[in-house]
Design a protein around this ligand. Structure first.
Ligand code: MN
Length: 321
């Protein structure tokens, strides 16, 4: 997915020093953002005062939207740099095309993992013939400096490992849960898991105390460490936990996001993650000139134009705006 915000705010994340080394319960509300003509998303990260969870730097939740007889998602070709994108669906499907030649339909509970490395471009669209409901999340993982210039790549994992307990099926999207590891490629210690809870479930999920965590609710009524988290909200949990209590009042679907607090400072602007104003400006110029980011074949429509660079240089501004 693309950040279509026409005046994206610059931001800087990072640093263990910013992370409280003990559990917290910080409920984050979404910001409603329109993507093109058709789709509205709830943006949970970056959020006011909370820009990352581990290397997770961007979280959009969308739907469930009734798109019967409508185009559904239509995100034209756009570039990325310095990040991975994770596509995760609970209903419907997304057709992914990218400049490495990928053409892949991603279905519910399948992992679409795109590593931009130094440069990639892609499009995302509802297929012409699609399911009635579209419901999912689009997430970005920041790449560490040592790997951010790697080759672009795309992975599709239709089968992911699961961890089960009474009333819980945890699908391991990235990283490891309770000794079970996802096949998805990662570059920093992190975890992403889909937790399907049955009504009445009352479980404790093992966590890693060194990681910080958050839980995004996608559907149902769930209490996370005693806090009710409504669909479209994210509860930030901090560090220092070895387990997470979850209780479901109805069938519910949530995502667990976590990781080692990201130590590097970042500049996120539009669809780029970088370290300096100059490299962001260069990426924008290269995309505008049709250089470096390759070509997405087969998308019916023009690529997205980059917004104007802000008048002031992009600078570190700290974790709180
Ligand atoms: Mn994108």
């Amino acid at each position: 997915m693309s950040n279509l915000d026409r005046a994206p705010l610059p931001g800087v994340c990072g640093g263990r020093g910013f992370v409280v080394a003990e559990p917290v319960r910080e409920l984050l509300s979404p910001r409603h953002v329109r993507l093109g003509e058709t789709t509205e998303v709830r943006r949970l990260l970056p959020n006011l005062g909370r820009r990352m969870i581990g290397a997770w730097a961007f979280v959009d939740h969308y739907g469930p939207d009734d798109i019967a007889g409508e185009p559904g998602m239509q995100v034209p070709p756009h570039p990325h740099m310095g990040l991975q994108t994770v596509s995760w669906l609970h209903a419907g499907e997304v057709l992914h095309r990218d400049s490495t030649g990928s053409l892949q339909t991603i279905g519910p509970k399948e992992l679409g993992l795109m590593t931009s490395g130094r440069a990639i471009s892609h499009s995302e669209e509802s297929p012409r013939s699609h399911a009635r409901f579209l419901h999912g999340a689009q997430l970005w993982v920041a790449l560490p400096d040592a790997h951010r210039h790697t080759d672009p790549a795309f992975e599709h994992h239709a089968e992911l490992p699961t961890v089960t307990a009474p009333g819980l099926t945890a699908t391991v999207i990235l990283g490891e849960v309770d000794g079970v590891t996802s096949p998805g490629t990662t570059y920093t210690p992190l975890v992403g898991a889909d937790l399907a809870l049955a009504r009445g479930a009352d479980v404790r999920l093992p966590l890693v105390p060194d990681f910080e965590y958050g839980v995004l609710s996608m559907s149902g009524e769930v209490h996370v460490d005693g806090v009710p988290v409504l669909p479209g909200s994210l509860l930030y949990l901090g560090c220092g936990r070895d387990e997470l209590p979850l209780r479901a009042e109805s069938d519910a679907g949530v995502m667990l996001l976590g990781g080692e607090p990201f130590a590097e400072e970042l500049i996120m602007w539009w669809n780029f993650v970088g370290r300096t104003h100059a490299e962001i400006a260069q990426a924008r110029a290269d995309w505008t000139a049709g250089d470096r980011f390759g070509e997405v074949k087969g998308y019916d429509g023009a690529p997205l134009a980059a917004p104007e660079m802000p008048a002031a240089p992009l600078r570190p501004r700290g974790r709180v705006r």
